[in-house]
Design a protein around this ligand. Structure first.
Ligand SMILES: [Zn+2]
Length: 379
């Protein structure tokens, strides 16, 4: 067989394979430019993830800690190296073979094209109204579904859990966090956003309790408000965290401190929320909102930066319990360091906290408008 004939036969086989597998509903044709990339591992045809994303105009995000990738356009697929389980718009599906990584290239079985890709490239079942076929050419008009309508505000600590306490004025983290959350609630409501508080007064709410309130609220965002403290008293500034592996010692120490409230709970089984879910699936669920959480964190940090309020220490990653359990884009802000003498003075002052609230509102608004304008950060 001449090389060109061989190529045509191979291309036909690929086309037949895809067509044969897609007997139900709309299916996606393998983009012709990808045929040269198809490789066979143990009898299964695979395609490298990045050229696949390029060909279909998908945005991709690889989380090296969890070995998961999120790919998206009009919907989202989460997949994990070594696993055949994928999440398509939050729904669990299976590929015929697991995702492979060889020589730092991620390969997905071609069955992904029919098993999920059509859902995020040509149709968006989660967002399209029933019976309506999604037409990519008409994406310009906003569907109205990509909106931020409800936000859960979570004032950290409370009741028997004071959080951090400053040295000189004995300011309690729980009080200042509640003040910030209340002011933020007013400001967001004035802008037409529905706000749900995990606590509105000085009561103790367990971390699982907070997660529960958020997950039952059908909210679009979750923002947890805290004030920081460190043994190193020179540290100052604002931080905004989203969920991923803690990347430095400070984050790890803070993670332990903020999660410590779990020990204060009575009669609550302190366990992973992953009960009943396989670890793989759970990690994928976490990856699902990672990009949005990261965007929200950076919008908030940018707003703080512009406010010249305090040093912006930037976006950071940690595994806070409340971020891990909530099934929506979520961030945790540390407004400032109670352990620093000068910052303690600032954080004591409600006028200063009001300015911090202004910056938070601007950050959330900037995220909201970008999310709505781009219909969920799609291309
Ligand atoms: Zn805290």
């Amino acid at each position: 067989m001449k090389p060109s004939t061989r190529f045509i036969v191979a291309a036909c086989l690929v086309a037949l394979f895809i067509a044969g597998c897609a007997s139900q509903g709309p299916y996606l044709r393998l983009d012709p430019s990808l045929q040269k990339d198809v490789r066979v591992f143990e009898g299964t045809q695979y395609i490298p993830l990045i050229p696949l994303c390029d060909a279909y105009g998908l945005r991709w995000d690889w989380d090296p800690f969890m070995n998961t990738a999120a790919i998206e356009r009009k919907g989202k697929i989460v997949l994990r190296a070594g696993s055949d389980v994928i999440l398509v718009n939050g729904v669990e599906k299976r590929l015929d073979r697991p995702v492979l990584v060889t020589g730092s290239v991620v390969y997905v079985p071609l069955s992904l094209v029919r098993n999920g890709l059509n859902a995020i490239v040509e149709t968006a079942p989660r967002y399209a109204s029933q019976g309506q076929t999604y037409a990519p050419a008409q994406v310009a008009a906003p569907s109205g579904k990509y909106t931020i309508e409800t936000i859960v505000l979570d004032a950290g600590h409370g009741g028997k859990d004071p959080g951090a306490i400053s040295r000189r004025f004995r300011i309690k983290e729980k009080d200042q966090a509640l003040y910030v959350a209340r002011q933020l609630k007013k400001a967001l409501e004035a802008r037409g956003i529905r706000v749900i508080m995990t606590r509105s007064d000085d009561t103790f709410i367990s971390l699982p309790g907070r997660v529960d309130i958020a997950n039952r609220s059908d909210a679009d965002l979750f923002v947890s408000i805290h004030l920081n403290s460190s043994r190193s008293r020179s540290l100052t500034g604002f931080e905004c965290y989203y969920l991923s592996e803690a990347t430095d010692d400070n984050s790890r120490a803070l993670e332990a401190f903020e999660n410590a409230s779990l020990k204060l709970e009575e009669g609550t089984a302190v366990g992973e929320n992953s009960k009943g879910l396989g670890t793989t699936l759970w990690d994928m669920k976490l990856t699902e909102n990672r990009h949005e959480s990261m965007e929200l964190a950076s919008h908030i940090c940018r707003a703080v930066d512009r406010s010249f309020l305090t040093r912006n220490r930037g976006t950071k990653t940690a595994r806070f319990y409340v971020l891990k359990g909530t099934r929506m884009p979520s961030v945790l802000v540390e407004v400032g360091y109670l352990s620093n003498r000068l910052e303690e003075l600032k954080l004591k002052d409600q006028k200063y906290l009001d300015k911090a609230v202004d910056a938070l509102v601007r950050g959330i608004e900037a995220y909201k408008s970008e999310y709505e304008r781009t219909e969920g950060f799609t291309l």
